[in-house]
Write a protein that binds this ligand. Sequence first.
Ligand code: G3P
Length: 220
Amino acid sequence: MTKPKIIINFKLYENACGQSALNLAEIVEKISMEENFPVAIAVNPVDIQTVSNGVNIPVFSQHFDPVAFGNFTGSVSPYVLKESGVIGSLINHSEKKLDRNDLKESIQLAKKLKFFCAVCLNDPNEVAEYFGYEPDAFVLEPKELIGGDISVSKAKFNVIKEFNDMMNGKDFYVGAGIKNQEDVQISLSLGAYGVLVSSGVVNAEDPYSVLLDLVSAFKK
Ligand code: G3P
């Protein structure tokens, strides 16, 4: 897999569930192909198999639990996800926080399975505790900006810089409130490898145009 530069979190937005999940995934795939640009999507567990069968872009889970097969009612197992063609996941998203031990165990399990694991954190202060576990990527997402119109790149300039310093050269993503080319450009100029986006694309009237605009920021 080419590491995605944009990850689109479908969350449980109505525009990105059921048949709409597949429709949106096809739009993302079209842009990814036309622009020859790596974009991944993080899909809810109910739709993940259908979407993964339907498109040829990396499909991520929005969460997984540190479990294999067995008596784990209601859990999302990375073993099962892998069998469904899912190649990685977000973890510890603000809307699906894990306790510290579960998060560490999850990162270790993902490494063992070679399952791409992007660990979401709200604050640079959280990095030190997990850095040594070497997940594939970290994502900085200040909770209060998620779903809003002010982007992390505009509101948290210094926080991104601090996060970048803590990364010690490791690739990282930023997310929250990212809506346009300028938001992406600022993020990249502050050292981010890529962005995690949700409402800006998923709830846009024209997701194709918005995503194209975001992609163009990487080509400047
Ligand atoms: O996972 C992406 C995220 O939480 C940011 O959401 O809607 O601010 O792009 P949004």
